[in-house]
Design a protein around this ligand. Structure first.
Ligand SMILES: Cc1cc2nc3c(=O)[nH]c(=O)nc-3n(C[C@H](O)[C@H](O)[C@H](O)COP(=O)(O)OP(=O)(O)OC[C@H]3O[C@@H](n4cnc5c(N)ncnc54)[C@H](O)[C@@H]3O)c2cc1C
Length: 568
């Protein structure tokens, strides 16, 4: 740990603000811990280098699942995921949606044997289903499967069903962060922690260590200094890099980063999610998710840039090839984008990536000379709350010994009641589809957006037709949910992530941000350009040549309209 830093800033500015706990990372683990500790009454500051959910949490497969895959090697992971899934349903009922899965088996001896094995396996998984309000599995014959999912082809002997839950991971993080902030936590987005050092004690009798963190706002360049009793490194795959900022032994924050990608399609292509195998025997899936379809996922050791994880066309082809074998219409369906992220998996040398444990661990840095500094590694969206509780219980031992975790019982913002979308549609005078999506994202807080529309009916106008998203929700994302760019609004509302890739809404969204944040028209245009360029980069790897040519043309035209001569 580096030497103490002075309490006054170098320019003689004010002393650093003082907190009980500083959390680094605005993924599901960081925001989960910040919320838990804020509820317990501790003062918390959270720094997120990009936007909330920028990393794995906002780019996962979006499932609050029990992880049947881990039942054989890691049953405790299955149990904790199922248990926490039940709690997450209770605190965010609006954000979770059922995803029933089909597992079809091809005809032949192997198919028949596999059907018996899967049937027996899911019988064991059934024991965990009540924890998460899941239906028990069912065995199906070929006729059942053909009736339920007409898109399935080939000679199929039968299959099984199992039940999971989907979630919008980005909103889950945003809701945790908002709740933490409403309970007094200070949340800095687009602010990267650049150093962690021991601070001099505030008075000579103080035996507790104090840490000084310096963070920089990447949009304004402004630096912030804070002091904290406890530091939590919840920076996921960045964990070892963040630990190095504090001079901590990197070998103690050991992860095996693994990249996973997904391909998005413009609509729900199947009635059910379908689990199948890729060419190498790995499990992959097609799932209806919100109002799109998603194919995922890969799992490959990753050594690249964590701040710019981009799928390749080879990864896309690997997934589509696997799904097309059993659901051929996927090959001609309209892909509208991809996303990718890096799993902060617990380290082990040797096994293939998808055989690695999905368990989580807290690293205590006291042996590195930094007591009260912790790193959280591994884990899952599905068990984030439990992981946050474990971390918070540990911190509370010294800072709030009489406190108890209550995050399993207290609703996340909007989770106290799920309003009727028909009533919301009538009150805001918006279409039932727009109302339904609004209720999904906002739960009871949809009422706040309706209030905005009632005050100013022009805010009922649709900004993004694909999702759809209305003007009031964009303004709400900036005013109440810490969005600072079009990409941030997209993460919170899915604006621009549909079929048009933002072509029809990015410029308008930029104008709204300009009004909300005092940007100049030029700043709004350059943010729209940035968003569209990023979208094009994530879409092009999944497109056929014709669609890619057409989109390149449309993008060039859009850039010309937005005032760039060189569409590079
Ligand atoms: C492809 C894929 C699919 C997955 N699917 C599922 C699933 O369906 N269900 C499930 O339960 N789990 C799933 N997971 C696992 C799950 O997403 C992760 O385990 C979980 O999101 C990790 O959360 P985290 O908060 O630790 O990390 P992250 O979400 O990656 O957050 C870390 C954050 O730290 C920030 N940061 C980094 N350095 C700094 C710094 N110096 N200062 C400030 N901030 C910093 C980053 O910007 C980032 O936002 C999946 C993971 C992947 C990659």
């Amino acid at each position: 740990m580096p030497d103490p830093v002075p309490q006054m800033s170098a320019d003689g500015g004010p002393a650093a603000a003082r907190f009980d706990v500083a959390v680094i990372g605005g993924g599901v683990n960081g925001t989960g811990v910040a919320r838990d500790l804020a509820i317990r009454g501790l003062s918390v500051v959270l720094f997120e280098r990009h936007d909330l959910a920028f990393g794995a949490s906002g780019n996962s497969s979006g499932m609050i699942h029990g992880g049947p895959r881990y039942l054989l090697g890691n049953p405790s992971v299955t149990k904790s995921s199922c248990l926490d899934s039940g709690y997450i349903q209770r605190i965010a009922p609006h954000l979770l949606f059922r995803i029933p899965f089909l597992v079809p088996m091809k005809k032949g001896t192997r198919g028949r044997v596999m059907l018996e094995l899967y049937d027996a396996f899911f019988r064991a998984y059934d024991d965990f289903q009540p924890l998460k309000r899941g239906e028990l599995h069912t065995r199906l014959d070929a006729n059942d499967l053909a009736r339920l999912e007409p898109g399935l082809v080939g000679s199929i002997v039968g299959g099984v069903t199992f039940d999971e839950w989907g979630v919008d991971g980005a909103r889950l993080c945003v809701m945790n962060a908002i709740d933490a902030r409403e309970r007094g936590a200070k949340v800095h987005v687009h602010t990267t922690v650049e150093s962690i050092a021991k601070a001099p004690p505030e008075d000579a009798s103080d035996r507790q260590p104090l840490y000084a963190l310096v963070a920089r706002d990447t949009m304004t360049g402004k630096s912030t200094r804070v002091h904290a009793r406890v530091v939590v490194n919840a920076s996921g795959a960045w964990g070892p890099i963040t630990a190095a900022l504090g001079g901590l032994r990197a070998t103690r924050v050991k992860i095996r980063p693994a990249k996973g990608i997904h391909v998005a399609f413009d609509r729900r292509l199947s009635n059910y999610a379908i689990l199948t195998e890729a060419i190498d025997g790995r499990q992959i899936f097609l799932e209806p998710w919100q109002n799109i379809s998603v194919v995922g996922t890969t799992d490959d050791d990753y050594y690249g840039d964590l701040d710019d994880v981009v799928p390749t066309s080879e990864e896309v082809r690997y997934l589509i090839q696997g799904v097309a074998r059993i659901f051929p219409s996927i090959a001609t369906a309209r892909a509208i984008g991809t996303w990718a992220a890096v799993r902060p998996t617990l380290y082990r040398w040797g096994p293939n990536e998808d055989r690695l444990s999905r368990d989580h661990a807290v690293i205590d840095h006291a042996p590195d000379g930094a007591p009260n500094v912790y790193s959280m590694i591994g884990g899952k969206l599905a068990s984030y709350r439990l992981f946050a509780q474990e971390m918070s219980d540990r911190i509370a031992e010294t800072l709030a010994p009489s406190s108890k975790c209550s995050t399993h019982a207290r609703p996340l913002p909007g989770g106290d009641e799920v309003p009727d979308a028909v009533v919301i549609a009538r009150d805001a005078e918006i279409t039932p589809v727009a109302a339904r999506r609004l209720v999904y994202r906002q739960g009871s807080r949809a009422a706040r957006i309706v209030e905005r529309v009632k005050r100013n009916p022009r805010e009922g106008a649709v900004v993004c037709a694909c999702e759809p998203v209305i003007l009031a929700e964009v303004r709400h994302a900036v005013a109440e949910e810490m969005a600072r760019s079009i990409e941030d609004v997209a993460r919170r509302t899915r604006l621009g992530l549909g079929a048009c890739g933002g072509m029809r809404c990015a410029a308008r969204c930029g104008q709204i941000l300009a009004e909300e944040m005092g940007w100049t028209p030029r700043e709004a245009l350059s943010d729209a350009r940035r968003f569209l360029t990023r979208q094009a980069k994530m879409r092009v790897v999944a497109m056929g040549p014709e669609q890619a040519r057409q989109e390149a043309l449309a993008l060039a035209q859009m850039r010309a309209m937005l005032g760039t001569k060189n569409p590079s």
